[in-house]
Design a protein around this ligand. Structure first.
Ligand code: TPP
Length: 423
C-alpha cells in the first residue's frame, strides 16, 4: 500500500482559485462542528505496560511511547506495576488542588466576561497534567511551563491574591502589567515566566538542566508545550540538545487534541507525539492525562531518572482541552459542542474522585463541601486582590515602570524617551 492510500481522509485543495483533487495531502479533523464525537481513540487497558528500570536505554520505552500508560481501570481501581501506591491523604490533596483550580478558572473566566480581566485561559480537562507533575517533583526543580499549567502554582503554594492581582493587572501585579494575564512569573517558586511566543521553553529548560548538571547540582528542569507547538523547530532543538548532553530534564508535550482550531493531526506525521523521542534515544512515554495516578507515576519515574543522572524523558500527556482555547475563542464554530463529554478517557476530577470513593475514602457530601469551600476561598481572594486596584479604575503601575528592570544602567535612548514623557 502506498503512503497516500495508508492515510485517512484528505481534503480537496484549492490551488490558484481552481478546485482540484491534487496529490497534496491535507489532514482534516475527524470531527467538526455539528458532527458526532469520537468513539474511542485509544484502547490500551490500565496496567498493561511494564515499568522499566530508571537507568534503561531510550529504546526500552518504545512500547509505552506507542502505547498508553494507564493506572486507573474502568472500575476505578489502581492496577499494575505503575501504581504509585499513594496514601489517601495524598490523593485527597491532589483532588483538592484540581477542584480549586477549576473554581479559580471558572471565576476568572466570569470576571473576564464582565470586563474585569482583559483575557483568560482555562485548563479544564488538563488539571491532572500539572498537579500530577508538580506533586512528583521537588519545589527546587525548575519549571518552564506553557500557559495551561496553573496547577504548578497551586501545588507549590503561590498566593492566590498575587495570582489574581497579576491577572487583573493591578498595583500588586509582580510583573507590573508587562505580561498578558495568565502569563505568571514566580521566581521564589522556581516557576519561569510564561512566554507568549510558544515553544521557546523547551530549549530553555534543556539549558537550565545542563546548567544543573554542569554545577553538579541534582535539581532537574521540567517543561511543557502543546502538541500544536511541537510542530515547531524549538521542540526538536530542545530534544536534540537533551539527548546529546543527557540533560536532567523532563519534556512534556500536552496533547489536548486542538491547537486553537487546528486539530492535532496537522501537527504530527507519526503515530504519537511520544514516539518522536525514540529516534533521539530519549526515554519516551504516552500517558493518559486524565488519570492522575498515571501522570504522577510517569513524572516520578522521569524525575528520578533525571536526578540520578540517567538522562531526559519525553512525556506525551494524552488529554483533552475541555473548554475554549482562551476567552477570545469560540470552539463551537470548529468542533462538536459535546466533544469533551464524549472524551473516552473521561475527566480527571471525576476519575480521581471515583477512585477515592471506591477506596472508601471519599463521598459525594465531602466533594460538594470541598467545591463550596474552594468557591468561597477564591471569591474572598478576588475581593482582596481588588483592594490593590481594578483593571477599570486602577491604581495602575507607574509609567516609569516602562523603562525599568531591563538594563542595569539605562541607555541614552531610554533616558531620552523618559524625558519625552516627563518622568
Ligand atoms: C510562535 C508563536 N506562533 C503562534 C502563536 C499564536 N498561538 C498562541 S497559542 C497557539 C496554539 C497553540 O496550540 P498548542 O501548542 O496545541 O497548545 P494548547 O493551546 O492546545 O495548550 C497559537 C498558534 C504564538 N503565540 N507564538
Amino acid at each position: 500500500m502506498n503512503q497516500r492510500n495508508a492515510m485517512s481522509e484528505y481534503e480537496v485543495v484549492r490551488i490558484m482559485g481552481q478546485e482540484e483533487d491534487t496529490q497534496m495531502h491535507v489532514p482534516v479533523p475527524p470531527h467538526r462542528e455539528g458532527g458526532t464525537a469520537f468513539a474511542s481513540p485509544h484502547e490500551t487497558p490500565a496496567g498493561h505496560h511494564a515499568k522499566p528500570p530508571i537507568d534503561c536505554g531510550g529504546a526500552e520505552t518504545r512500547e509505552i511511547a506507542y502505547g498508553l500508560l494507564r493506572v486507573l481501570n474502568d472500575d476505578d481501581e489502581a492496577i499494575g506495576e505503575w501504581d504509585p501506591g499513594l496514601d489517601a491523604d495524598t490523593l485527597r490533596n491532589a483532588l483538592g488542588h484540581m477542584v480549586r483550580i477549576r473554581a479559580y478558572d471558572d471565576r476568572m473566566m466570569k470576571m473576564q466576561r464582565q470586563g474585569r480581566l482583559s483575557f483568560y485561559m482555562k485548563c479544564l480537562g488538563e488539571e491532572a497534567v500539572s498537579v500530577g507533575a508538580a506533586m512528583a517533583m521537588e519545589n527546587r526543580d525548575i519549571v518552564i511551563p506553557s500557559y495551561r499549567q496553573q496547577g504548578l502554582l497551586f501545588v507549590r503554594g503561590r498566593n492566590l491574591v498575587d495570582m489574581i492581582s497579576h491577572c487583573i493587572t493591578n498595583s500588586n501585579d509582580n510583573v507590573k502589567g508587562r505580561q498578558m494575564p495568565v502569563h505568571y512569573s514566580w521566581k521564589e517558586g522556581n516557576f519561569v515566566s510564561i512566554s507568549s511566543p510558544v515553544g521557546t521553553q523547551f530549549p530553555q529548560a534543556v539549558g537550565a538542566a545542563m546548567a544543573f548538571a554542569y554545577r553538579g547540582e541534582d535539581s532537574i528542569a521540567c517543561s511543557w508545550l502543546g502538541e500544536g507547538t511541537s510542530a515547531q523547530g524549538d521542540f526538536h532543538y530542545g530534544l536534540n540538545f537533551a539527548s546529546v548532553y543527557q540533560a536532567p530534564c523532563v519534556l512534556v508535550v500536552v496533547n489536548n487534541q486542538w491547537a486553537i482550531s487546528t486539530h492535532r493531526n496537522l501537527a504530527h506525521g507519526g503515530p504519537s507525539f511520544a514516539a518522536r523521542g525514540i529516534p533521539y534515544n530519549v526515554a519516551s512515554m504516552r500517558v493518559d492525562g486524565q488519570d492522575f495516578l498515571a501522570v504522577y507515576a510517569a513524572h516520578k519515574w522521569a524525575t528520578e531518572r533525571a536526578r540520578a543522572g540517567h538522562g531526559p524523558t519525553l512525556l506525551e500527556m494524552y488529554t483533552y482541552r475541555g473548554d475554549s482555547h482562551s476567552s477570545s475563542d469560540d470552539p463551537s464554530i470548529y468542533r462538536p459542542g459535546n466533544e469533551y463529554d464524549s472524551w473516552p478517557l473521561g475527566d480527571p476530577v471525576d476519575r480521581l474522585k471515583a477512585h477515592l470513593v471506591k477506596l472508601g475514602e471519599w463521598d459525594d457530601e465531602r466533594h460538594t463541601a470541598l467545591e463550596a469551600e474552594c468557591v468561597k476561598e477564591i471569591t474572598a481572594a478576588y475581593k482582596e486582590a481588588e483592594k490593590h486596584g481594578t483593571l477599570k479604575d486602577g491604581p495602575f503601575p507607574s509609567v516609569s515602570t516602562l523603562f525599568e528592570d531591563v538594563y542595569e544602567k539605562e541607555p541614552w535612548h531610554l533616558l531620552e524617551q523618559r524625558g519625552e514623557v516627563g518622568i
